[in-house]
Design a protein around this ligand. Structure first.
Ligand SMILES: C[S@@+](CC[C@H](N)C(=O)[O-])C[C@H]1O[C@@H](n2cnc3c(N)ncnc32)[C@H](O)[C@@H]1O
Length: 228
């Protein structure tokens, strides 16, 4: 089936536009994440925020005492996150890179977080992301992220569906971007390289100003904790 799926360089152009638009900016760290990450046991331990966006979680990690690094593949996100850190007099590294090819050594990070990021791609890209996360995570470290459940998928008319539960969004700010919607079984299958996999389904209220996408739409997210 023909789709309007964008190439990776074209996807980055769309993300540059989204991340330059203040309308999408979120300031506060997600409480579902902050409830799952403890402060570091010592000042040498490192935390990584992948797809850091405007840096709300990177800022929070730095404030918790982590030696924090953020990665995003857009100039817009990297620039704005650096500005924000400077305004708050916080120290953290911010690097422009694709999360599927992280420019880090093996076993560098004790904690890795990714909020509202890992669904942006086909299932194969999620697998590549978890392989990279496993590589840079320390033994005993934790990766904590959220991804939308299949109950959160838009209607079949929202775009084209090149594979099961992956939609290429048809219009709006994210037109042409692939999004995958997950089942718990799928997450556990892909994540089986980790020592321990914890999956929690959380139904969240829709953000202010958002209407349900269709009659059976439920804003359900999986919060996943993987132990390296
Ligand atoms: C919806 S925003 C979420 C930002 C941030 N995590 C937050 O919770 O506010 C998704 C971010 O992931 C970034 N992103 C998406 N795919 C990426 C990839 N393959 N590599 C690096 N960054 C990516 C986008 O540029 C964007 O900044």
């Amino acid at each position: 089936m023909p789709t309007n799926e964008l190439t990776i360089p074209e996807q980055i152009v769309v993300w540059e536009r989204v991340m330059s638009n203040a309308k999408y900016q979120r300031e506060l760290a997600d409480p579902q994440l902050t409830a799952r990450v403890n402060p570091p046991a010592n000042r040498m331990l490192k935390a990584l925020d992948i797809g850091c966006g405007w840096g709300r979680h990177l800022v929070w990690l730095a404030q918790q005492g982590w030696r924090a690094t953020g990665v995003d593949w857009t100039h817009a996100a990297v620039r704005q996150t650096r500005q924000r850190l400077e305004q708050l007099h916080l120290t953290a590294q911010v690097i422009k890179a694709d999360l599927r090819r992280l420019p880090f050594q093996d076993a560098e990070y004790q904690v890795i977080v990714a909020v509202d990021v890992l669904q942006h791609g086909r299932l194969a890209e999620f697998k590549r992301a978890l392989t990279e996360i496993k590589r840079v995570l320390r033994v005993g470290g934790q990766a904590i992220f959220n991804i939308p459940s299949e109950r959160n998928a838009p209607s079949e008319y929202a775009g084209t569906w090149p594979e099961e539960r992956t939609v290429i969004i048809g219009n709006g700010a994210e037109a042409g971007l692939p999004h995958h919607f997950f089942t718990e079984v799928e997450i556990r299958t892909v994540a089986r390289m980790f020592r321990h996999v914890d999956v929690n389904a959380v139904v969240e209220p829709l953000p202010a100003g958002f209407a349900p996408l269709h009659k059976t739409h439920v804003n359900e997210w999986f919060w996943v904790t993987l132990t390296g």
